[in-house]
Ligand binder design. Structure first.
Ligand code: T3D
Length: 262
């Protein structure tokens, strides 16, 4: 699918979504939300898609909500926003349940909901020149798109609060050092690194990876004893999978496995 606000590129075994409103630093308006939602629904239904990358056109990853859609005349009251219920929350939920890994390729500034969209992805790779900005505090808002949940879990309360209360730009290298993201690479290396990773994931045992992300995210809300039960149940299921049989056979035959994702 090729829309105006997002571009979807079909690669061998994976798809790439590019947020495509570069003149607004890829900030979200309703049209972009709707196109993204439709693309994700189509991608989820595609059995041949085993990884997804999300990036931004131009010099930004995404600047969050398009604030031009929120203009009010001086003295007017801002109408209550429905964007979280309508768009951002379903978007995060969808990314979390997609049955394959999602990579954020953060090519430039990621601000507000754009920063937390990146952090809602399973792997975040950022260009060295990219920055992460919890811009909400400059507007009198609270970090959304999962930010209040994701940030303290990734970097602890001290850093989460520093980022959320001050709204400073966090450079990608520091984000990687703090464990907020998986990797920071030279700008010219971002595309090739992410493509190689997505291609690697597209031939990986996808069903096992889907259960892995489900177990790790779900585990944040469970006690160890309950998590052990989850692992047991998932292992029982995956023990019958074609990919497990293939993985064991390939190991014994000292060859590269040919995983199908089943
Ligand atoms: O109401 C609701 O729906 C609630 C939900 C809220 C979710 C949110 O995401 S709230 C947070 C919204 N986002 C922001 O507050 C970020 C605003 N942008 C910035 O702080 C800065 O632009 C950046 C730090 C992202 C980048 O700074 P810089 O200096 O590199 O670029 P710039 O010059 O500020 O921006 C370039 C252009 O993009 C500029 O337009 P112009 O002057 O060239 O015509 C700027 O206005 C535009 N732009 C940047 N961010 C947004 C935007 N236009 C609309 N909405 C934006 N969010």
């Amino acid at each position: 699918m090729t829309g105006q606000s997002i571009l979807v590129d079909r690669r061998a075994g994976y798809r790439t979504i590019t947020l495509n409103r570069p003149d607004r630093l890829n900030a979200f308006n309703d049209a972009m939300h709707l196109e993204l939602r439709q693309a994700l629904e189509e991608i989820e239904m595609d059995e041949n898609c085993r990884a997804l990358t999300i990036t931004g056109a131009g010099r930004s990853f995404c600047a969050g909500q398009d604030l031009n859609d929120r203009l009010v005349k001086p003295g007017d009251k801002m109408p209550p926003s429905t964007s979280l219920a309508q768009y951002y929350n379903p978007l995060v939920r969808k990314l979390r349940v997609l049955p394959f890994p999602v990579i954020a390729a953060v090519n430039g500034v990621a601000a507000g909901a754009g920063a937390n969209l990146a952090l809602a992805c399973d792997l975040v790779i950022a260009a060295k020149s990219a920055t992460f900005v919890q811009a909400f505090c400059r507007l009198g808002l609270v970090p959304d798109t999962g930010g209040t949940w994701t940030l303290p879990r990734l970097v602890g309360n001290a850093r989460a609060l520093g980022l959320a209360l001050l709204g400073d730009k966090l450079p990608a290298a520091q984000a990687a050092e703090w464990g907020l993201i998986w990797r920071c690479v030279e700008d010219a290396e971002l595309g090739p690194t992410v493509d190689a990773l997505a291609a690697q994931l597209a031939v990986a045992p996808t069903r096992g990876l889907a259960r892995t992300k489900e177990a790790i995210y779900g585990g944040w809300g469970r006690a160890l004893a309950a998590q052990l039960d989850v692992e047991r149940d998932m292992m029982r299921e995956l023990g019958w999978s074609e990919d497990y049989a293939e993985g064991v056979a390939a190991f014994r035959e000292k060859r590269t496995p040919r995983f199908t994702g089943r």
